[in-house]
Write a protein that binds this ligand. Structure first.
Ligand code: FES
Length: 165
């Protein structure tokens, strides 16, 4: 199914997310997550619309666009920029690093010709680093969409990526 077009659907997507998660400050992250899920990222138009719909001084709900941008930038699961169809998250923390993470990271960057945060021109891949994914005992670890890979070696990179052809 095609993703909704940004111009057409931002207001309705934001409205539906707020109806689902509530009209208060605690709803900010779930609402942003819902928007990210629908569009693949959180467009600026959506941030402005969230602020418009949630900010309500009469109810002591004060929300600034800058807060929404800060949250979207802070959490790995959210993005302010469009991402590729597949997102590779590579754990950059020390336990993974000391068991060969650097070589895997270099291999990924070389194979995809990407640096951290970049997307391939065909929009297939986005490569990002992330903090610990909770599988330190099987590092180096990477996550592609919802698939977790542990004990990854540089030699396995091509084979892993081929699963997504
Ligand atoms: S440090 Fe990489 S998964 Fe924990």
């Amino acid at each position: 199914m095609a993703a909704p077009t940004i111009d057409h659907d931002v207001v309705s997507v934001v409205r539906a997310a707020i109806e689902k998660h509530g009209r208060n400050r605690d709803a900010m992250i779930p609402v942003l997550s819902e928007i990210n899920r629908v569009f693949g990222y959180v467009p600026g138009e959506a941030i402005r619309e969230v602020r418009k719909q949630l900010h309500d001084p009469a109810r002591q709900v004060h929300i600034a666009e800058s807060q929404l941008y800060a949250l979207t930038s802070f959490y790995d699961m959210l993005s302010t920029k469009p991402r590729g169809r597949h997102v590779i998250k590579f754990c950059e923390n020390a336990p993974c690093h000391v068991v060969g993470g650097k070589a895997v990271w270099d291999g990924l960057r070389e194979k995809l010709s990407l640096n951290n945060g970049e997307t391939t021109p065909d929009n297939k891949w986005t490569l990002v680093t992330t903090s610990c994914l909770g599988l330190c005992s099987v590092g180096p670890v990477l996550l592609i969409d919802d698939d977790m890979y542990g004990n990854v070696t540089p030699e396995q990179i091509s084979e892993i990526l081929e699963h997504y052809e």
